[in-house]
Write a protein that binds this ligand. Structure first.
Ligand SMILES: O=P(O)(O)OC[C@H]1O[C@@H](O)[C@H](O)[C@@H](O)[C@@H]1O
Length: 289
C-alpha cells in the first residue's frame, strides 16, 4: 500500500492511499493528533488526540466498496436519516465520492475541505445540491457540513453526524445529560418516553428530542467525550446489542461492546429555501473525567 504525500511541513503530514477499488483514504499525522478520512463517503474514520485511546471506533470488517457504507468513524447520514420510503437507511451522501478541495497544516491543527455535489441521485431526492464539509483535527475535533439547495424550489432533508465513539465498554459508559429527556424508541416504536439509563449496553436505539451539549462518560477509561452540536435538533443513541450485532456482517465479532453511537441529528424534516444553504456542526472534545 503506497502512501502519496499530499501536504507536508514541519508540523505534520497528509498522505493518501487506496484502500480498495475507488476508495481513497487520507492519513493525517500531526504533533497533536492522528486521523484518517475516506473520500468515499467523505467519512472521518479515525481521530486520536496524542496520549488518548482512539476517540472514534472503526469496524475491522468494514466493507470498502461502492454501494456499501463504511461501518464506523462518522458516516454522514443525508439527505435522510434512517429508512425513507422504499430506500435504504441514511441517504446517499455516505456512499458518494467526495473530492478534497483544500488541505492545510498549521502548528495548531489540520484542516480539510471536502466537497460533493449531484442531482437526481435518488428518485426520492432528485434536487441538485452541493455539500461542503470542513473538518478540523487537533486536540479537539470540529466538523461542519454546509448543504446548498441549488434548485429554484425549497427542499427538505433529515440528517446525522453518525459518530461511533470508542469506549472501554458500553457497560461503563453513560450519557447522563439524556436522562429524563423525552425520546422515541425505535426498538419498541413507543414515542415520547422518559427514563434513566445507567449505561449504554444495547439494544438501544433512541431519538432524544434535545440539542444540549452531551457528555459520554466512560468510567472504564476514565475519560469524558463531550459533543456539542449546532443546528442539530436531536441526539440519537444507538448500540445494537449482541444479538443484532451478530447478524451484521460488517461488524467484527464483539465490536458492539467497543462503541456507543451518539449522533447529532435532525430526525424531523428541515427546510432549505430555493438557492439557499444551511450549515450543521459538531465539536468533539476529550475533557477530564
Ligand atoms: O446499519 P446502518 O444503516 O448504518 O444503521 C445503523 C443504525 O443507525 C442508527 O442511527 C439508527 O438509529 C439505527 O436504527 C440503525 O440500525
Amino acid at each position: 500500500m503506497s502512501h502519496m504525500p499530499l501536504v507536508s511541513n514541519k508540523y505534520g503530514e497528509i498522505t493518501q492511499y487506496q484502500k480498495a477499488d475507488s476508495v481513497d483514504i487520507l492519513n493525517i499525522q500531526h504533533s497533536l493528533c492522528s486521523a484518517s478520512v475516506s473520500l468515499y463517503g467523505g467519512q472521518v474514520l479515525n481521530w486520536q488526540p496524542k496520549g488518548q485511546p482512539p476517540v472514534l471506533w472503526l469496524s475491522d470488517t468494514s466493507q470498502y466498496q461502492q454501494g456499501k457504507a463504511i461501518r464506523g468513524g462518522i458516516p454522514l447520514c443525508w439527505p435522510w436519516f434512517g429508512a425513507y420510503k422504499d430506500a435504504g437507511n441514511h441517504g446517499f451522501a455516505r456512499q458518494m465520492r467526495w473530492e478534497l478541495l483544500e488541505a492545510d497544516i498549521t502548528e495548531h491543527k489540520v484542516e480539510l475541505t471536502l466537497v460533493a455535489a449531484g442531482e437526481n441521485l435518488s428518485h426520492l431526492w432528485p434536487t441538485p445540491f452541493k455539500l461542503v464539509q470542513k473538518i478540523s483535527f487537533s486536540a479537539q475535533f470540529q466538523q461542519q457540513l454546509t448543504i446548498s439547495n441549488l434548485s429554484d424550489q425549497p427542499v427538505e432533508f433529515t440528517s446525522a453526524f453518525h459518530s461511533y465513539f470508542q469506549v472501554s465498554s458500553p457497560e461503563y459508559t453513560s450519557v447522563s445529560g439524556l436522562n429524563g429527556v423525552k425520546f422515541d424508541d425505535k426498538n419498541t416504536l413507543l414515542t415520547a418516553q422518559q427514563d434513566i439509563l445507567d449505561n449504554c449496553v444495547g439494544p438501544i436505539d433512541r431519538i432524544y428530542h434535545d440539542h444540549n451539549t452531551q457528555q459520554l462518560k466512560d468510567s472504564g477509561w476514565q475519560r469524558v467525550i463531550e459533543v456539542e452540536s449546532t443546528h442539530c435538533q436531536q441526539w440519537v443513541l444507538w448500540n445494537p446489542g449482541k444479538e443484532v450485532a451478530s447478524s451484521m456482517n460488517d461488524l467484527h465479532s464483539g465490536g458492539e461492546s467497543e462503541y456507543v453511537c451518539l449522533e447529532a441529528a435532525n430526525t424531523e424534516w428541515q427546510n432549505i429555501p430555493a438557492q439557499k444553504s444551511v450549515t450543521l456542526k459538531q465539536k468533539i472534545s476529550v475533557i477530564p473525567f
